[in-house]
Design a protein around this ligand. Sequence first.
Ligand SMILES: *Cc1c(COP(=O)(O)O)cnc(C)c1O
Length: 389
Amino acid sequence: MRLNDYCSPEEWSKIQAFAQDKETPFLVVDLEIIRQKYQELITCFPIAKVHYAMKANPGAEVVNVLRDLGSSFDCASIFELDRVLDAGVAPERISYGNTIKKAAHIKYAFERGIRLYATDSKADLQNIAENAPGSKIFVRILVEGGETAEWPLSRKFGCHPDMAIDLLVQAKLLGLVPYGISFHVGSQQKDIAVWDAALSKVKYMFDWMKLEEDIKLQMINMGGGFPANYISEVNPIQIYAEEIMRYLHDDYGDDLPEIILEPGRSLVGESGVLVSEVVLISRKSRTDLNRWVYLDVGLFQGLIETLGESIKYPIYTPKMDSNPENGTVVLAGPTCDSTDIMYENSNYQLPQNLAVGDKIYWMTTGAYTNSYSSVEFNGFPPLKTYYLE
Ligand SMILES: *Cc1c(COP(=O)(O)O)cnc(C)c1O
């Protein structure tokens, strides 16, 4: 890999200088990149409201940066909610986007001022009506996209559009505000056309609701799914925005509904570099062609999205610069669990002269790493995270 494809020289010296004398493993997050990504996104989608999906990195530092930039937030639990409210974000800037929630948690969110809720089932809608009376509801629909997303979010969430219509009608009867429709096309979605397919379903529902129920829906929540820069090539966000805006104008002309985006990965992914070290290099037999490279970081310290070799992070070690001979490696973590193997079939290459103690840098690891890190599997502590201004 070419380091410059993932990190500018200035950025790299900043991270190097910081990382030098720290014990690995740890994640360094550069908040400046998050600022740039946010600005870029709102420049691409000037009509949209950004609700940061904070599970990607719930760090208070990240929340504060996005708060100051005027971002809104999507929370999936009352714990995320507390984090955002404690940071001083007004409840009007927060949605409760998880369709799976306890009645008691809905009540708590309502008491703390939250008035915008996602749902995709009758039981949850009933709970919202009882515990968050008068609130705005958006219904999440099932959409395609699982095959072209590197980390699919389909199946578990969303309902068929016909059922979504029933729920919106029901919402009104229960004294709630049937406000809009949401979908998520899958995380790290490489096929922009899936937004088109999803938006046609939404358009059909907007029309049906107006015509048959005399209910004017007001909002489309297009979820996340925008990509970060990993090994496989993706279109830039500008292309996503151009295409998606074209779909929207085709459907609604200039009378666009309110648009919400819920980016996680694309906002924070590129802000992080995970620094690790080689613990051991071995072969499994005298004639084994592949080296096994064991690191001090693995699936339980933040690299869980390598499960099934789904997310392919770019990795870098300084020995790559001198153009050494490379060889295929299996990359594995330090724990006593045999699932703790990051890459076995993805043909990762590292220099033949790689040695124990060498540093391995995992690029684009700002999203879904520290939040997923386990508490103390085999006694290993959760992934340490440092934030650079
Ligand atoms: C995880 C999640 C997101 C963020 O998705 P990314 O692909 O990381 O941008 C947005 N909305 C909802 C409801 C989510 O669950």
